[in-house]
Design a protein around this ligand. Structure first.
Ligand code: NAD
Length: 324
């Protein structure tokens, strides 16, 4: 095993089941000291139990690894603080934080209640702040850190009946991008993972979304021919662990792990259409006339900040002969 986490301390939230459990066990096998955080709630975020985290800690110790359990909720500020303190009180440092805890409360967009919206935003999006901020402060003090935020293909690409979850999960992309920008001054890297695995959450996927004809057709026509036996937590673990490893220089990225295909996901602006030079804005009709060009995918640019997008504009303007 070349990639090791000796002398490093990692927090993995929601590590009592599914993906997080897989990450925790393998990271401990590779030498990390791991805070196994899990509230022990159901796939819809009801109830709590210490046994989920405790079981994983026992598994790690049985393999000769080091781990402590944390039963706090990521969805409150005090819980987030306590999770980070578990690492600092036990081992005095923090190197890695994988924000992974979560659950689902699916429904039609128009029917989502505040309980469904707030519950999901709290655990996935605000939880990433509540754990991420004290974790970042500890990493900044140590001059080193690896953050991984768990987003979702549902969040970035879309899934009917998951507007609350998609909003929370895509919010993590913006959060991670800014953590990566600010963290670059302190040795802290941040990335986003879109995993795909059959887990407890699969049972929460109310098939009511099949009432949407175009979406139902997409589900029925999905090509799973390369996915047999591979939509499982263990196929997601290698990319997650690589992204938080010492040797990985990647930051400010989004990565997808699906059925053993590992890929960067990019948010790009296409070349587009540049309005004629000068300070007179185009008409709405000019946009209509150039809409095909606005959608044209031949040239694209991936700005890594607000300011880099101005460079993409200047490049497009030069290509189109509008400005030199
Ligand atoms: P899982 O239910 O097996 O594991 C999630 C764990 O989070 C559970 O053990 C649960 O008790 C814990 N948890 C829930 N609320 C918590 C809280 N407030 N504080 C601490 N722990 C809490 O599900 P999973 O599929 O392993 O999901 C892990 C993460 O991956 C989630 O964020 C999920 O949204 C995301 N994700 C999963 C998939 C997939 O296909 N399984 C796809 C995209 C994203």
């Amino acid at each position: 095993m070349d990639i090791r986490f000796d002398d490093q301390v990692a927090i993995i939230t929601g590590a009592g089941n599914g993906l997080g459990r897989e990450y925790a066990i393998e990271m401990a096998r590779r030498g990390a000291r791991v805070v196994v955080n899990d509230l022990g709630s159901s796939g819809s975020g009801e109830g709590q139990s210490a046994s989920a985290a405790d079981r994983v800690v026992e598994e790690i110790r049985a393999l000769g690894g080091e781990a402590v359990a944390s039963h706090d909720s990521v969805a409150t500020r005090t819980g987030g603080q306590a999770i980070v303190e578990a690492a600092l009180d036990t081992w005095g440092r923090l190197d890695i934080c994988i924000n992974n805890a979560g659950f689902l409360r699916n429904d039609r967009f128009e029917d989502l209640t505040d309980e469904q919206i707030d519950g999901i935003l709290n655990v996935h999006l605000k939880g990433a702040f509540y754990v991420g901020q004290p974790a970042y402060r500890a990493m900044r003090r140590g001059g080193y850190g690896r953050m991984l935020f768990t987003s979702s293909a549902s969040g970035l690409f879309g899934h009917a009946w998951q507007a609350n979850y998609a909003a929370a999960k895509s919010g993590l992309v913006g959060l991670s991008n800014v953590v990566a920008l600010e963290g670059s001054a302190y040795g802290i890297q941040s990335n986003v993972l879109l995993p795909t695995a059959d887990s407890r959450l699969s049972a929460e996927m109310d098939p009511g979304f099949m009432e949407i004809p175009a979406f139902a057709a997409a589900v029925q026509n999905a090509d799973f021919s390369a996915s047999g036996g591979r939509v499982v937590p263990s196929f997601n673990m290698p990319l997650a662990l690589y992204l938080v490893s010492r040797g990985c220089a990647a930051t400010h990225g989004i990565y997808s792990s699906n059925s053993g295909r590992y890929a960067r996901v990019r948010i790009c602006a296409l070349e587009g259409w540049v309005a004629p030079a000068g300070a007179i804005p185009p008409a709405v009709e000019d946009i209509e006339a150039h809409f095909e060009q606005i959608e044209q995918m031949d040239n694209w640019f991936e700005p890594m900040s607000v300011y880099e997008e101005f460079g993409a504009v200047a490049h497009a303007a030069r290509l189109q002969g509008v400005y030199r």
